[in-house]
Design a protein around this ligand. Sequence first.
Ligand code: FE2
Length: 367
Amino acid sequence: MDEKFSKSSRLDSAYDSDPTSVPATTSAPDYASAPEFGGLGRKVGSIWPGNRILVTSSYSVPLGEYRRMGESLGQFGDEDSWDRSPRPSRGSLDELREQWRESRGRLYESRKPLGIRIVHLSDLQGACFGAENTELLERVAECDPHFVVVTGDLVDRRMAGLNDFEPSIRFMGKLQKIAPTFFTYGNHERAFHPSVVDELRMRIENLGVTVLDGESTTLELLNDERDKINIFIAGLEEELLMVEGKNRTKKNSDVDVLSVKKSLESMVCEAEGKEFNAKILMAHEPQFIKEYSTYDFDLIFSGHAHGGQIRLPGVGGLFSPGQGILPKLTSGVHPAGEGKMIISRGLGNSSFPFRFFNRPEIVVVNI
Ligand SMILES: [Fe+2]
């Protein structure tokens, strides 16, 4: 390991005592006992079933300092359990989903990683890591991503407005210079008046960042072997989870999950008839994992939970908005239908002003 990333501290020891494990198989979704890789930093796992060794790894970025906490490898899934239904005729959404399954089956048959690195950032909440986020940008650049996903709460609802957003907007522009960057809103962006959100979007898009708010797009890129890779990326419309006209999110029981599914369905339909090497969803809030999973995304990137704010070894996070005490979805890799949900512990803080055993993190996913 690079010496500058291998410093030890009492805090590191505390992290090391927190148990992590990657299950041997994931033939059925298990939302309650998912593995984590989060700020422990040494968690790594194969995120796809089959024989393809695809690795996720996590990096922690404390303020003013950066440590890579170590890593390990794992693999789970059973290629034989994969659904290899014959291709149906096109038409209904169910048929479309079958086609997606089949296209992924072909992907697995290649038994070869895509050779793509994704950096996942979330919940900056207007914070800066070094002047103008220089430290954070340097760490992202060192990860050498093929593209970057930023899953909301770039700014914080306690900020005064656009003038306060400037450092975060400039940060997004600099990220885009490192690699193509995709952004979806969190509840903190959506807490502002729609005119402010529109202005934020315009400013970010003018810097080249792709904003996906109930929208999808495709990305064509070359992996390290110069193979052409096609990726489908969608961003959930966070507004669906907000109380209309208010600057706060709905209770989970008040969320119209049908509207969430319809939004996802409309985005999935954009992919109909096309083949992709990977289908990705960015969704700020992880607690609707079952709804997200309906559409067979290969990867779902979420944040929002800030790792549960305070983490206790052997217990995990203590609280998350939308999930309450002892939340299950705060960090790490979780089964999500036939794919995986990746949850970032985020970078900044909001109304709860500090973290405990819960480092801010850059998540790097190799697929
Ligand atoms: Fe959030």
